[in-house]
Design a protein around this ligand. Structure first.
Ligand SMILES: C[S@@+](CC[C@H](N)C(=O)[O-])C[C@H]1O[C@@H](n2cnc3c(N)ncnc32)[C@H](O)[C@@H]1O
Length: 295
């Protein structure tokens, strides 16, 4: 790393010899430090860090953490997602802007479900991480019953802060085993942004993900679909008739993901967004006798 780190050292007061409070590094110095560390959006990031820091020491510490590679969102303590500021603690998966595409599809289906059923939409965010998807979904759909779950205690603690704001509940545990039994057969919208990176490719991820996000949030097994297959196999028992499962997948995995959805008895659709580079698979439990039979 560059030796030009603008560390705010205490300055001796010429008059008294008593150290003055540390001076904050200037915005230009922050930009220079970030740029030297390889940050592509050094100007924007500097503005965010300067605005977030409450003291010169805090700013210096934040700049240093960012410069050694911590994700910006972990340094700031929040990420922007779905128009919300989502708290993101260190060690918790950072919600990606790409996932806003999945969110948009989930919101549309949640609205339709409310129109169709005439009751409050029941939404579950499985593998919730920070709880970003569930919190944004509940915000967009006025009056939703929201449950979220994750297996990682740090994620659960973080999600509780975000999901409390929309009156949702967060459960800790392994996929559906974490959910209260009364949700069985009642879920209208089930979002499951499961880990889907093939084990061999985890090492190819950018260092920000590889070094600062937990492996359990990234590693989807040999072909990246291990967790997903467990979700698709159980989803029909938890969805309401006409309910939807939505998950993200890699472009190259989409065919196998669709196969897993169809094998479970759900109807499958693939939705893509070139702008976001996002592939979302939507599985729907038929609302007629076929759906009832598969449960
Ligand atoms: C790719 S991250 C997605 C987080 C969040 N949904 C988002 O989009 O920001 C996957 C999450 O799944 C959680 N997870 C992995 N395996 C799980 C399991 N068996 N049961 C519940 N959560 C799991 C991880 O802890 C991680 O938070």
């Amino acid at each position: 790393m560059s030796s030009s780190h603008p560390s705010p050292s205490s300055r001796p007061s010429p008059a008294s010899g008593v150290p003055l409070p540390p001076t904050a590094p200037s915005r230009a110095a922050v930009v220079a430090r970030l740029r030297a560390a390889g940050c592509v959006f050094a100007e924007d990031e500097a503005a965010l860090l300067v605005a977030a820091a409450r003291t010169p020491d805090e700013l210096a510490a934040m700049v240093e953490r960012r410069a050694v590679g911590h994700p910006l969102e972990h340094v700031l303590g929040w990420a922007e997602f779905g128009g919300l500021r989502i708290a993101v603690d260190p060690g918790v998966f950072v919600p990606r802007r790409r996932t806003e595409y999945l969110l948009g599809r989930a919101v549309a289906l949640g609205r339709r479900a409310a129109e169709r059923t005439g009751r409050r939409t029941v939404a579950v965010d499985l593998c919730c991480g920070s709880g970003a998807v569930g919190a944004a979904l509940a915000t967009a759909l006025d009056g939703v019953e929201l449950h979220a779950c994750d297996i990682e205690p740090a994620a659960v603690r973080c999600a509780r802060r975000n999901v409390a704001a929309v009156d949702g509940q967060v459960h800790e545990g392994d996929l559906f085993a974490a959910l209260p039994g009364h949700l069985r057969g009642r879920i209208d919208v089930l979002t499951a942004n499961v880990p889907y990176v093939p084990t061999e490719e985890v090492g190819l991820l950018p260092p920000e993900a590889r070094d600062f996000e937990p492996l359990v949030a990234l590693d989807g097994g040999t072909d990246g679909l291990d967790v997903l297959r467990r979700v698709t196999a159980a989803a029909p028992r938890w969805l309401a008739p006409g309910g939807h499962l939505l998950f993200e997948t890699g472009e190259r995995q989409a065919d196998r993901a669709v196969e897993a959805v169809r094998r479970s008895g759900l109807l499958a659709e693939v939705a893509t967004c070139d702008e976001r580079y996002a592939t979302v698979v939507i599985g729907t439990l038929p609302s007629g006798p076929a759906g009832a039979g598969s449960r």
